[in-house]
Design a protein around this ligand. Structure first.
Ligand code: SF4
Length: 158
């Protein structure tokens, strides 16, 4: 295996280890927060951009649940559980801005390991209970995640 591939793999392993440890450390705190004080962040790359009907704001989208990607099911479940909101974000800065404005007590972040690692560190400094769910298919568009894992995290403490 070439050196750059080895470095990439080792970085991935460290993201995986860090985020798994943080999830475990914060799951009880997360479960104690009422869903109405929890926000879900999903990455814009999960949308099916060819048909997506989501409402676009400056730096995020609001899903209209057209059903063309898994965000529709996540959005429906978040609403059913009375979550504060679900934002489809274009980048990490948006997360910080929304948190400052909405002041949630807990956050579910769906992202690639690289973004997840950054976000977990940033949110830890803000003393928020965070649960991270990794993407199962990475990339710039039509990425994917494990719905069962999202459901397990969203319903923690419910
Ligand atoms: S389910 Fe939501 S995010 Fe996904 S393509 Fe439809 S409107 Fe866009």
């Amino acid at each position: 295996m070439k050196l750059c591939k080895l470095v990439k793999k080792s970085k991935e392993q460290s993201y995986i280890a860090f985020t798994a440890k943080q999830n475990k450390l914060q799951d009880k705190k997360f479960a104690s927060v009422t869903p109405s004080m929890r926000i879900v962040f999903a990455p814009h790359c999960m949308r099916d951009s060819a048909v997506c009907t989501a409402i676009e704001k400056d730096s995020y989208y609001i899903c209209l649940e057209c059903g063309s990607c898994k965000i529709a099911q996540i959005s429906k479940l978040a609403k059913k559980l009375n979550y504060m909101a679900l934002y489809i974000v274009k980048g990490g800065r948006t997360i910080a801005k929304i948190i400052q404005e909405q002041k949630p007590q807990a956050v579910v972040g769906i992202a690639c390991f690289f973004e997840g690692d950054l976000a977990v560190k940033m949110l830890k400094e803000k003393n928020l209970a965070v649960q991270f769910v990794p993407l199962t298919k990475d990339g710039c568009s039509t990425t994917d995640t494990d719905l069962k894992q999202v459901e397990r995290v969203l319903t923690l403490g419910c």
